[in-house]
Design a protein. Structure first.
Length: 87
């Protein structure tokens, strides 16, 4: 446990940021799972709608610093590839 005041504050701030980052990641994972379920069903209209919202969520995560730019690009590429595999 830190003794210095600034170190104590850093611990508190780190906890708050960790909670926010986890919330963003969890929300993102939920949308990715919904999208993948729509792709498995073959529902192209629903998958298109979920693809758009999922890409938006990924971009928001990058803007907040939760994901790195290349990670986001890779995830979006994988989502587009699975969307294009729908017959």
């Amino acid at each position: 446990m830190p003794n210095i005041k600034s170190a104590k504050k850093r611990v508190l701030v780190a906890e708050i940021r960790h909670g926010r980052n986890q919330a963003v990641k969890t929300n993102l994972k939920t949308f990715i799972k919904k999208f993948e379920a729509a792709v498995r069903k073959g529902d192209k209209a629903l998958a298109q709608e979920l693809l758009n919202t999922t890409v938006k969520k990924i971009d928001q995560a990058v803007a907040k610093g939760v994901l790195k730019k290349n990670t986001a690009a890779r995830k979006k590429s994988q989502l587009a590839k699975s969307f294009n595999s729908i017959a």
